[in-house]
Design a protein around this ligand. Sequence first.
Ligand SMILES: [Zn+2]
Length: 285
Amino acid sequence: MNILMKYVILFFIIFLSAFKSAWSQSERYEVYALKFASSAHPWPISDWVDKGPTNDSVHIDFMIWLIKGNGKNILVDAGFLNDIPDAKEFAIINYTRPDSTLQKLGLKPEDITDIILSHPHWDHIDGLDLFPNAQVWMQQDDFYYYIGAAWQKGGFAGGFNKRDVRMLIDRNLAGKLTLVGGDNQEIIPGIKVFTGSRHTFNSQYVLVETGNNKVILASDNIWVYYSLEHMQPAAGGGTFDTTGYVNAMRRMKTLVTNPRYIIPGHDAKIFSKFPVIKEGVVKIK
Ligand SMILES: [Zn+2]
């Protein structure tokens, strides 16, 4: 074999291994839903879906989502601590602290590298300090409204708790908050965030590359399956923009190959739709 031929073969081997590592970098997260609390009683669907039926009900769970892969353990939302007064109206049962729930997958709080906050309602942000190492990702416009205009005359602070506002400001002061500038942003390789539902001032949902199927963690950009199945917006107070909310669901259906992989924020059906890994933990992908 002449020397040129050797170089060609060597080059080819280097090229192949570089290609292989680039490929494995860009894909393949596992996605889990972890339940940490439930509401004691069923709710009329009309409480959650605009013009939804009053005579049919939905079971409400509280959950966080884990995206695992590429050396990262990423949470979507952080849940809440059970001493928060806002939880009272939901008659919470079966509460487990979100960090304890993660032990079911062998994860310690310090293993969480990132938290993507879909929006800053108490039931999604209040558990943030359980995960002190995590870099937090939040929509910029949602952040500024949350810490500012929401508390001014004419602002809307429903679902916001002051202790959570202070906690988020501290996370920012610690250099561990990244503000995301709007729609369709790839914030981590293989993970994109989108806006448009306006559940809060500018809430976001998450699209995850899992290899063969993409998964959307909608969080409260879809409260319950009934909204997605009937293309009806969240009930009163569930969005600043009912048309935007429906358009966002329509768009989500174009972003995944199978609508099964669009995951709402509070519907207990999630935990019977996907394979159960441990009690209250399902593997979505
Ligand atoms: Zn919620």
